[in-house]
Write a protein that binds this ligand. Structure first.
Ligand SMILES: [Fe+2]
Ligand SMILES: [Fe+2]
Length: 133
């Protein structure tokens, strides 16, 4: 069980980092007057928030405590031209990790958490495509 809760907490930390990253980029895009891109970026940040919420709830269902800390500091001061490739890479790394976490859950007989991670992964996949458009 500890292995599952640790994996879910690591995923939660990655979501919190993604929220901070996208909100940072929202301000950069907003300041540069790219309003449509800024709003799209904020919409993604809100979806990451919803992923974080789902992960937190699942951790609690399993009797664990949800640790709300970013996985790493977000990258700040990016140029507008750096943002989209950076995000595509971030989402790709996240998908890879979530596949590993989902396997850990399945190996330990927790198909509910595995399915949750796979559902979130599909949403990250969508973000990675939107990021490069
Ligand atoms: Fe996410
Ligand atoms: Fe994402």
């Amino acid at each position: 069980m500890k292995q599952i809760i640790d994996a879910l907490n690591k995923a939660l930390a990655m979501e919190i980092q993604a929220i901070l990253q996208y909100v940072n980029q929202y301000h950069i895009l907003h300041d540069a007057d790219f309003m449509e891109l800024a709003n799209k970026t904020m919409a993604i940040a809100k979806e990451e928030m919803s992923h974080a919420d789902d992960l937190g709830k699942r951790i609690k269902e399993l009797g664990g405590s949800a640790v709300a800390m970013p996985d790493a500091k977000p990258t700040t001061g990016q140029g507008v031209e750096d943002i989209f490739q950076f995000d595509a890479d971030l989402e790709t790394t996240t998908i890879k990790k979530y596949n590993e976490f989902s396997e850990i859950c399945r190996e330990n007989g927790d198909t509910v958490s595995a399915t949750l991670l796979e559902r979130i992964s599909a949403s990250e996949q969508e973000h990675s495509t939107r990021s490069t458009r």
